[in-house]
Design a protein around this ligand. Structure first.
Ligand SMILES: *Cc1c(COP(=O)(O)O)cnc(C)c1O
Length: 453
């Protein structure tokens, strides 16, 4: 087959039948999550008010491959497999000698990779007899994905949406409501925690940490309700491995293997899903592939945070995990890549970074959106501001290789499109974007409140 293909699409039968669980191969499996009340490792039963048993078993499983239920595969078939593209337009635009490939996860109706985990999460909750799901959303992509998945399985869905995004992205709210969800701007007066933050400041712009607390409080109050998280947790990262597993097959068809695999990083699920199947080759076969997680300089969890036990949410209701963190009280400055504004990180990604198996880089908003626009003009897809971080990194690595006289094969995941983020591009076009700073003093203050374990 020609090595010069522009696009590789696999047949439906190549949708993976199993997810890849990197816990089977990593040198240091993250310790169990800690119960925030007892400060002891949480037994599965202590978390069953929030999650179905099947997902909790996946959370701690050491099995290398875990079967994807046939009914979930049926849903995946509606939008998978997703295409792998050779970014010839981008290569030309930056005159690189490297080959750049990207996989596009924005082709489904919700516009991002998040549907890959929303579907199995709704499925396993439905199977356990749950009637109602609560969740948080930042930029709105996760809320959109879980809304659609809940609607498919006949589950009620309640979304706490970070207020700044709720005001900035009204179309995301309408999207979720179209699928029958109830959407609250967070902090809301629907929960005790929300009311507490509103009392401090009626105009509170909210944060992911606060929205998670509200969703968790709502879920524990009712027997028919579970909580669902769109990233960070081990089972969520594992569900996303359909991305990398498909990509490996697509590279096989091209008779090619990436030297560098790149994914933007908010809570870690997109990066994990893209990179873990390649890391399997690194950990088991000694392949020399580099994996780079890319974050925003406004929320530099992996590049500036500390590796420590911390709460996943602001009100300390959810489990404590060992991860890179900026402190659960840290509120990152506003950036358009709302999906990258999380104080913590996936424990799996954190452990791999701590062990030097993966790398992390951070990029500034202005550069990132300029690269997003360059990509749009070269490739014909307007990328989500989150995904544009991966583009910036791919361009940076290509230029670095060019300077060293090397011809690398670079692969990144285009996690979503930016058609509901045009506000960010409007700002860029008007020269009114600017960069959001990171304040180390704020982080240091937040880090004083880490749990004493
Ligand atoms: C949510 C989101 C991200 C960040 O995802 P994580 O999996 O939490 O790291 C990246 N890109 C897009 C398009 C998103 O919607």
């Amino acid at each position: 087959m020609s090595k010069d293909k522009i696009k590789v699409i696999l047949e439906e039968e190549h949708i993976p039948k199993q997810w890849y669980n990197i816990q089977a191969d990593m040198p240091n499996v993250p310790p169990p999550h800690i119960n925030p009340q007892t400060l002891k490792p949480a037994a599965l039963d202590e978390m069953s008010a929030l999650f179905p048993r099947e997902l909790l078993l996946q959370e701690y499983s050491r099995e290398r491959y875990i079967d994807i239920p046939e009914l979930v595969r049926e849903q995946y078939k509606k939008y998978r497999t997703t295409p792998l593209y050779r970014a010839k337009g981008l290569e030309k635009a930056i005159s690189t000698g490297c080959k750049i490939y990207y996989k596009y996860e924005g082709g489904n109706a919700t516009g991002s990779h998040k549907l890959n985990t929303a579907l199995p999460q709704a499925f396993f909750n439905k199977q356990e007899g749950i009637k109602r799901i609560t969740t948080e959303t930042g930029a709105g992509q996760w809320g959109s994905a879980i809304s659609m998945a809940c609607n498919m399985y006949g589950l009620e869905c309640v979304v706490y949406m970070v207020r700044v995004s709720y005001n900035q992205k009204p179309y995301r709210k309408i999207f979720m409501e179209t699928f029958g969800s109830k959407v609250y701007a967070s902090p809301s007066d629907n929960t005790e925690i929300g009311r507490m933050y509103l009392e401090q400041n009626p105009e509170h712009s909210g944060s992911l940490g606060i929205a998670i607390s509200e969703a968790v409080e709502d879920a524990v109050k009712r027997d028919d309700t579970h909580y669902s998280l769109g990233s960070v947790l081990n089972h969520v990262c594992m569900h996303q491995t359909v991305i990398g597993l498909e990509a490996k097959k697509q590279f096989e068809i091209l008779d090619e293997y990436p030297d560098i695999v790149i994914g933007c990083h908010g809570g870690g699920s997109n990066f994990s899903g893209t990179a873990f199947p390649f890391l399997e080759d690194k950990l088991r076969l000694g392949k020399k592939v580099r994996a780079i997680a890319v974050e925003s300089t406004a929320c530099p969890t992996l590049t500036k945070g500390v590796y420590a036990y911390d709460y996943g949410d602001s009100a300390k209701l959810g489990p404590i995990a060992l991860m890179y963190t900026l402190g659960h009280d840290f509120v990152p400055s506003g950036i358009h890549a709302g999906g990258l504004r999380y104080h913590g990180a996936s424990p799996l990604v954190s452990s791999l970074l701590h062990d030097g198996i993966i790398e992390a880089q951070a990029y500034r908003q202005q550069e990132v959106l300029c690269d997003g626009m360059l990509f749009a003009r070269a490739e014909g897809i307007i990328p989500a501001p989150e995904s544009s971080h991966a583009i910036s990194c791919a361009i940076h690595e290509a230029k670095k290789a060019d300077e060293a006289g090397e011809r690398k094969v670079i692969f990144f995941n285009l996690s979503g499109h930016g058609y509901l983020d045009l506000y960010a591009y409007e700002k860029l076009l008007a020269n009114a974007l600017g960069d959001s700073d990171f304040y180390a003093e704020e982080m240091n203050k937040a880090l004083e409140k880490l749990p004493a374990l």
